[in-house]
Design a protein around this ligand. Structure first.
Ligand code: NAD
Length: 315
């Protein structure tokens, strides 16, 4: 599995990592069993995915607990990323005031069974606390050795620059895939020149790009892809007026994959990795077979002609 450096001075990380949002067992419907989730995470490490991305809000801490279970006894093998979220106006996180962030990391470390996480991220912005105040608290956690790298998720360039003036922003985690290319032309090249790693979430279009979803697919009512939830991506990816067009494009991707002897998921992940020298993809799944397949993207080679062919479908 190819690796890249996290931020300027962080650890080498595999170009495909494991996403543990689903493991929370809430926003994607219930876990079939916690044991299966733990197994999927361990398979990820066995297959060369060196890192796991989780957050305090995934299943209100359950995802972090299952990650902790999965890495027990092998924490040396696993690079762990987690996040703190805002709490104003009923939001589910611990909050962005310095004392709240300090409390949040302690709680996350307890759930994970660790003394330090490799990357701590602000999950999404809030207007209620100045980002400088929160970022100063993140830098202090770094100085104390409770966190290795520090990063932002779902922040725009202006906010990144305000943070950068205080302490280097090691990573940005944003939505990015063949079906969601918003950061491709400007943000990703700029971050590369700043030595900020771009961590792409939703790189499989939340399953759409794996080829496993058809117009007839029905989702568990607790799975946000059913339309019950407030994920903006639903309208662009799964809503009745767009799903047919997306499925049709993925069928064209499948034809390319079959010709190359691989799968749509591996091409979708590799395409993300190819968009920047500092880019890595977070692939989420509770299924060990998916994880084995996704890990293969880490060594896949796509030549320029194939990348252009894929771009012509989704561009
Ligand atoms: P994704 O694009 O990785 O897709 C996940 C979906 O695809 C799941 O339903 C999974 O079962 C399915 N899937 C995965 N591999 C498959 C395969 N090989 N074949 C068939 N189906 C497959 O979307 P995601 O999980 O939301 O994103 C990855 C990770 O990014 C999350 O787990 C989380 O860690 C992170 N994330 C962060 C934010 C944020 O705001 N920072 C938002 C969303 C996700």
């Amino acid at each position: 599995m190819e690796t890249r450096r996290l931020g300027r001075d962080g650890p080498e990380i595999s170009v495909v990592g494991y996403g543990a949002w689903e493991a929370g067992g809430d926003a994607w419907g219930p876990n079939e069993s916690d044991d299966r989730v733990v197994d999927a995470i361990r398979v990820a490490l066995d297959c060369g995915m060196t890192w796991i991305d989780t957050a305090e809000v995934y299943g209100s801490g359950r995802s972090e607990e299952l990650v902790g279970r999965a890495i027990r006894g092998r924490a040396e093998d696993a690079v762990v990323f987690t996040k703190v979220a805002p709490r104003e106006e009923g939001e589910p996180g611990s909050g962005f005031r310095p004392e709240e962030v300090r409390k949040a990391i302690r709680a996350s470390l307890t759930r994970l069974g660790l003394e330090r996480v490799d990357l701590y991220q602000l999950h999404w912005p809030t207007d209620d606390v100045a980002v400088e105040e929160t970022w100063g608290a993140m830098a202090a956690l770094q100085d104390e050795g409770l966190v290795g790298c520090i990063g932002l998720s779902n922040f725009d360039r202006g906010a990144i620059e305000r943070c950068e003036a205080i302490r280097h922003v090691d990573s940005i985690q944003n939505q990015f895939s063949l079906l969601w290319q918003d950061d491709r032309r400007e943000l990703i090249p700029w971050l590369e020149s700043n030595r900020t790693t771009y961590l792409a979430y939703g790189p499989l279009g939340y399953g759409m790009l794996s080829g496993a979803i058809t117009r007839e697919t029905t989702f568990h009512p607790d799975d946000w892809r059913s339309g019950n939830g407030d994920m903006g991506a639903y309208d662009r990816l799964f809503a009745p007026d767009v799903i047919g067009g997306n499925v049709e494009r993925v069928e064209r991707l499948r034809a390319i994959a079959e010709r190359l002897g691989t799968t749509p998921a591996t091409i979708a992940l590799r395409w993300v990795v190819e968009q920047g020298a500092n880019t890595a993809a977070i692939a989420g799944s509770r299924n060990a077979e998916h994880v084995r397949e996704n890990a293969r993207a880490g060594d896949l080679t796509l030549d320029d002609a194939t990348l252009a062919e894929v771009d012509a479908i989704f561009g």
